[in-house]
Design a protein around this ligand. Structure first.
Ligand code: F6P
Length: 545
């Protein structure tokens, strides 16, 4: 295992200076439409093939020189050596002194670090998942977890709904707001339900509160044999035992919460899609890992995406990125990516603790298309900020209905879905000039004066960047590859920025203050709230009155 390798911070490289000069000369005023006219091969030269994922980056504000300087940046920063250090198990999470080895979770048996441990637990998780799938009378699986112990499994189970064992319903409870748990418990019976308490630490306030309440409800509603109806996925096996759970699937501190769906935290996924489906998910991720580990920088899709992210954030100064999966099944992908990217790279100091002179994680947000088109796409097309958009398209749709006529109708809807995604990317790029808007108005029967009056409202600036991913079909394998692609992209931008992408100290202060405030909610109106700031004290008074 190599010693920890520290990447060089992006702003301390010659490539960064070259990129700054290039941005001033060609980047700031870059016009996508002209770029396509100038270079007929632009689509071919800016398309990338990675396992399961084809990516068109040609509608981005980059040219060949930008890509060259960005590749230089990756090399000068040492992204490849840093990647190799991560894959080999170096403790690159420097603030917690931990290795970062979610890739080990999808390596084949006898390959890579911790293979025996990983495959021992994987075999146990998958064997248990199969018994649950065959358990007579079991109809509900309730996952109690939050953050990485919720978002990944929830996103994947919803995405792969078409592969889920019929007759089993999956519920995900995360919020400490009891309404989340209560709405699920109202729909299940103790004897028909398996509760999975999913928590890396087994100390997270929300998860512990929900698990305690679920246990109280279970016993109060005639539930028996807790050992059959409650299981845990955690690194803290002792705490799970103290809770009264005897069947626990463990994992390790080198699996970050937001990277944990491949571990025992993936148990709901394994129950939903079965052992073979889960192995396919892992295989898809593994294929992307191999691409990430071996493709040259210029063709390495996660590295290229991470580089373009830095170009946009630090040179164009775009503050957010929108993800628009054109697949209803991926409705939770944006939420999952929010944690993955913003908890990983939402940092303002480098690995040595020095305050960074540049911005890091953009805000990541989105909704599935076409719904998003009828909500916030207005702002993407005509708002004052430029927001790069990421379209995720599937050649084949996943929806099925019995009957030939219904199948034909669904196939047509899938073509409509794709046409909409392509059209939005096209509209963002092309825009519409005032003249075109005027002519359109006249063609629509408006008077010249009216067409002129509306033209500025109907003008689209265009030149707005987007990336389009094309996948064959949403399957366990393609989803595994897609998630791993995002993981490695986040790794790349974090490496360039020189930050520790694998800690999350930013959530601690709120947690600590929340625990200190909790006793104050048992006070009576008029009790002293000494020590609190005036606003918090005032709000507390209002809530207690
Ligand atoms: O919010 C911070 C965090 O630690 C996340 O990183 C993590 O995914 C989540 O809380 C849940 O933690 P645990 O799995 O330990 O309950």
């Amino acid at each position: 295992m190599p010693t920890d390798f520290a990447p060089t911070r992006c702003d301390r490289t010659a490539a960064w200076a070259a990129l700054s000069g290039h941005f001033e000369a060609h980047g700031r005023g870059f016009d996508l439409r002209e770029a396509f006219v100038r270079d007929p091969a632009r689509f071919a030269s800016l398309s990338f093939e990675a396992p399961e994922v084809f990516a068109d980056l040609s509608k981005n504000l980059v040219d060949a020189a930008t890509m060259r300087f960005l590749a230089d940046l990756a090399r000068e920063c040492g992204v490849e050596a840093y990647r190799d250090a991560m894959l080999a198990g170096a403790a690159i999470n420097v603030t917690e002194g931990r290795a970062v080895l979610h890739t080990a979770l999808r390596a084949p048996r006898d390959v890579g670090p911790f293979s025996d441990e990983v495959h021992g637990v994987l075999d146990a998780v998958l064997a248990f998942a199969e018994t649950v799938r065959g358990r007579a009378g079991l109809r509900h699986v309730v996952n109690i977890g939050i953050g990485g112990s919720d978002l990944g499994p929830q996103m994947v189970v919803r995405a792969l709904a078409g592969f889920v064992q019929p007759g089993l319903a999956f519920h995900f409870v995360a919020n400490v707001d009891g309404a989340d748990l209560a709405s699920v418990l109202a729909r299940v019976e103790p004897a028909e339900t398996l509760f999975i308490v999913a928590s890396k630490t087994f100390t997270t306030q929300e998860t512990m509160a929900n698990a305690e309440t679920a246990k109280i409800w279970f016993l109060a509603h005639g539930g028996t044999r807790i050992e059959e109806h409650f299981v845990a996925a955690t690194t803290n096996v002792e705490a799970a035992a103290r809770f009264g759970i005897t069947r626990t699937f463990g994992f390790w501190d080198w699996v970050g919460g937001r990277y944990s769906l491949w571990s025992a935290i993936g148990l709901p996924i394994a129950i939903a899609i079965g052992a073979s489906g889960f192995r396919e998910l892992l295989a898809g991720a593994r294929a992307m890992d191999e691409h990430f580990a071996s493709a040259p920088v210029e063709k390495n899709l996660p590295i290229v995406l991470g580089l373009v992210d830095v170009w946009y954030r630090n040179f164009h100064r775009f503050t957010s990125r929108c993800v628009a999966p054109y697949a209803q099944a991926l409705q939770r992908l944006p939420a999952f990516l929010q944690q993955l990217e913003m908890e990983s790279n939402g940092k303002r100091v480098d690995r040595d603790g020095a305050v960074l002179p540049y911005a890091t994680s953009p805000v990541v947000w989105g909704e599935p298309g076409t719904n998003a088109q009828h909500a916030y796409f207005q702002m993407l097309h005509q708002g004052s900020d430029v927001v790069p958009v990421e379209f995720v398209l599937f050649k084949q749709g996943g929806a099925t209905l019995a009957g030939d006529a219904a199948s034909v109708a669904l196939a047509r809807q899938h073509r409509m879905l794709i046409a909409n995604g392509l059209a939005q990317a096209q509209a963002l790029m092309r825009g519409q000039t005032a003249r075109e808007a005027r002519e359109e108005g006249i063609l629509a029967g408006k008077s010249a004066a009216e067409a002129k009056r509306l033209a500025s409202h109907r003008t689209f600036p265009g030149n707005r960047p987007s990336t389009t991913f094309v996948l064959e079909r949403l399957t366990p394998r393609s989803l595994g590859a897609l998630i791993a692609l995002y993981e490695h992209r986040v790794f790349t931008s974090g490496a360039l920025w020189g930050i520790d992408s694998f800690d999350q100290w930013g959530v601690e202060l709120g947690k600590a203050l929340g625990s200190r405030l909790l006793p104050a909610l048992d006070l009576q109106a008029g009790d002293s709230v000494a020590g609190l700031d005036a606003s918090t004290a005032g709000l507390l008074g209002r809530l207690l009155s």
